[in-house]
Design a protein around this ligand. Structure first.
Ligand code: 1GP
Length: 257
């Protein structure tokens, strides 16, 4: 299993200071295949650095959508599974993630063990990632039985992020939950984690404006993920708003180099 996508990510971060990832829901019961493919193409044209594919509530078979997205774009496709239903061999890579603040060991190591052989003996590149849920956590927290971190307690998140680094995870994802109100993960939490943690920090959940995305990068995030914004605006403005957000993210990233 080559580390092609991981190399792409780290080299981009070295060159540009920050990356933007677009999250798409591959569930055929939620989004039509031609719609997710169109969203992926518009996101790529707007300058997004990778397409993440996944979600916490997947009911249907995702293979067709994952294959169609991977065939349609040149940027990497990375699975973002909420459970074993989120695995497909048609993506370039997969965030092999553990929800460290779940109260249920299934979401920390159980699902991973069930999927491990399939991932190991396929061509998917696994990227080990710690996943930390911050209030409100939304569907991901409900499904993942997380004890969400309070938004005003950066030190609690930092403890877990440092443990993630020492356990060997390559990335730490600070997640407020898809559609979270409040403009994403608080910058105080991002700043505390990025000050002491040496692995790249990825964040998502409620980032829906230039200000919130730039604020996350300025606070120390390496990668900002947007999902709901794309569903709401991408087709309507053909990616113009996303392009502005990504341009601002890259300016903020360049200042950190
Ligand atoms: C959810 O962090 C992602 O897992 C994206 O969140 O849908 O709020 O952009 P949004």
């Amino acid at each position: 299993m080559p580390d092609k996508v991981w190399k792409y990510i780290t080299e981009k971060l070295e060159r540009e200071g920050a990356c933007h990832f677009s999250l798409l829901d591959p569930d055929p019961l939620a989004t039509r295949k031609d719609t997710v493919v169109e969203l992926a193409k518009i996101a790529e044209k707007a300058g997004s650095d990778a397409i993440m594919i996944g979600g916490s509530t997947i009911f249907g078979d995702i293979d067709d959508s994952v294959k169609a997205i991977t065939d349609a774009v040149d940027i990497p496709t990375i699975l973002f599974p909420g459970d074993i239903t989120g695995v497909s061999e048609h993506a370039d890579a997969m965030f092999f993630m553990s929800l460290l603040n779940s109260t249920n060991p299934y979401y920390i190591i159980g699902a991973q063990a069930l999927a491990a052989a399939r991932v190991k003996f396929s061509n998917i590149e696994p990227i080990p990632m710690a996943y930390l849920l911050i209030e409100p956590g939304k569907s991901a927290a409900w499904v993942g039985e997380a004890k969400c971190f309070p938004r005003d307690k950066p030190k609690l998140v930092l403890m877990y992020a440092l443990a993630a680094e020492l356990l060997g995870f390559k990335l730490v994802y600070l997640e407020a939950g898809s559609g979270a109100e409040g403009g994403g993960v608080p910058t105080e939490i991002i700043a505390a984690v990025s000050q002491y943690c040496d692995i790249p920090l990825i964040t998502g959940g409620g980032f829906n404006s230039v200000e919130s995305v730039v604020g996350a990068v300025e606070a120390g995030a390496s990668i900002v993920v947007q999902g709901t914004y794309l569903e709401k605006h991408l087709q309507a403005d053909n990616g113009a708003g996303l392009k502005r957000i990504i341009e601002a993210l890259k300016v903020a990233g360049a200042k950190k180099l």
